[in-house]
Design a protein around this ligand. Structure first.
Ligand code: NAD
Length: 430
């Protein structure tokens, strides 16, 4: 049975370090680490490989200690490293890769420290908040010959894989425009994320999923970014903290034709909403329309006293769910977990997938995988940096700014209505 502990040694082992142990740790990293502890993963190129959680770097150590209480033999014994210098302590205990799941604006410093120490890195979305930060991390990864990857698990959603397949095969031709919605419950802004919410917005937190889906699936050159938003629930109506945002991206394709995408996000949806999050897209092509609803995939369940608060009415059983398998095992699986597994496989390919002399060639090959490669995240980070700047200006009282990408003055240029002066946010080409 799958739940029994390992009875044979793995050929190889990778030691994992975790930075930040919040909601996403519980939903994806933890099920991956517990599953791989029971059963190493295999590939003909390297045989078997086990991943051991070596340590967790956490601000206060409280949530890591709570996990240690219940982890028992589900993972190998692991160290807990607390602030100050939690990340340096984690690097000192010896790890092969580091996963960074701290709040959005705290990814960069941990990623820089891990890459500079020569560790492979996996960063939660959004990777970083500026192109300057991205450049620094990409350069470090190149210098240290390690992977710098990002978790974009929506690209592994089977529905989005089908969309990618239709586009790649030319079944759906030239996207003209589309919309995406991702609405998070109040529990995120008022509870789980409330400690880090000051000055933040739901666009960076979740629109980034769809920015990546659009950028990766349709390609093209990002041309302009504009954004509006609303305040007054999570913070003051004229402050820097946003309840909801509406982002518009314009892309241009090789044909010279354009497409526009509107991405609406919020984190103030009532907690008694029938699903955990509302997720919907529509893309209109020359020859077709793609409608996707990630919440209403067909299941609707009512349980007295439980739905819709403890258990949701519309369940997403594809992202991260606990299941009784038909053969009797209990599992925790989904594309959220698969994204972490795939990164571990990519690290194993680099380190153990052939002769040491060919390591650089394997590294280059895995770096070509744009779906999770930090160096391929330029347009996504450009959109995030532009959105963050437009919202910050709005909080300062400057309305309706727009950012143009790769215009005559620079890579990322902020234009303010009524002003002849443009502000170059990033000089080099995006
Ligand atoms: N891939 C996804 O779909 C998905 C979903 C949710 C969250 N996320 C991302 O994951 C990240 C974490 O989100 P979450 O929902 O788990 O948040 P969370 O608030 O539940 O957890 C954040 C954790 O980071 C810790 N932390 C904060 N500052 C730290 C520091 N300097 N060093 C070490 N630990 C620190 C906190 O103590 C907390 O344990 C965010 O970037 C978020 O955007 C991704």
């Amino acid at each position: 049975m799958e739940n029994s502990s390992v009875r044979f040694p793995a050929n190889h082992q990778l030691r994992a370090g975790m930075v930040g142990v919040g909601m996403i740790f519980d939903e994806t990293y933890r099920p991956f680490l517990e599953a791989v502890h029971r059963r190493p993963f295999f590939h003909p190129a390297y045989g078997s490989c086990q991943v051991a959680l070596a340590g967790i770097a956490s601000r206060t150590g409280k949530r890591a200690e709570a996990y240690q209480q219940v982890a028992h033999e589900k993972v190998a014994p692991f160290a807990i490293l607390k602030e100050p210098n939690a990340i340096d302590q984690l690097l000192d205990i010896g790890v092969d890769f580091v996963c960074i799941a701290t709040p959005d604006n705290r990814h960069f410093s941990a990623a820089r420290a891990a890459l500079a120490a020569g560790k492979h890195v996996l960063i939660e979305k959004p990777s970083v908040l500026s192109l300057q930060e991205l450049d620094e991390l990409v350069e470090l990864a190149r210098r240290e010959k390690v992977l710098a990857k990002i978790v974009y698990h929506k690209l592994l959603d089977p529905d989005h894989k089908k969309l990618q397949t239709f586009v790649a095969d030319g079944e759906l031709c030239h996207v003209n425009n589309g919309y995406c919605n991702l609405l998070e419950p109040k529990a995120i802004s008022g509870g789980q994320f409330s400690e880090w919410i000051e000055g933040r917005n739901p666009g960076t937190y979740v629109a980034v999923h769809y920015i990546k889906l659009i950028d990766f699936t349709f390609g093209g050159k990002l041309k302009t970014v504009s954004c509006t938003g609303q305040r007054g629930l999570v913070g003051a109506h004229d402050g820097p903290t946003w309840d909801s945002t509406q982002l518009r991206l314009v892309y241009e394709y090789e044909s010279g034709r354009e497409a526009a995408f509107d991405i609406h996000t919020s984190w103030v949806t009532p907690d008694n909403f029938p699903g955990w999050v509302e997720q919907e897209v529509q893309f209109r092509f020359d020859n077709g329309v793609w409608n996707g609803h990630s919440r209403r995939r067909g299941v609707e369940c009512t349980i007295e006293g439980k739905t819709p608060l403890d258990i949701k009415i519309t369940l997403n059983n594809h992202y991260s769910g606990t299941f009784l398998e038909p053969w009797g095992d209990r599992s925790h699986r989904g594309y959220g977990v698969e994204a972490i597994e795939r990164f571990a496989h990519e690290v194993a390919m680099v380190e153990y997938g052939g002769d040491e002399a060919d390591r650089d060639a394997r590294l280059d090959e895995i770096r070509q995988l744009d779906y999770n490669e930090l160096a391929a995240d330029r347009q996504v980070v450009a959109a995030i940096e532009a959105m963050e700047t437009i919202l910050a200006r709005r909080a300062e009282g400057i309305e309706d700014c727009i950012v143009r990408v790769n215009d005559k003055q620079g890579g990322l240029v902020l234009h303010t209505p009524g002003s002849a002066e443009a502000e170059v946010l990033y000089g080099p080409t995006v």
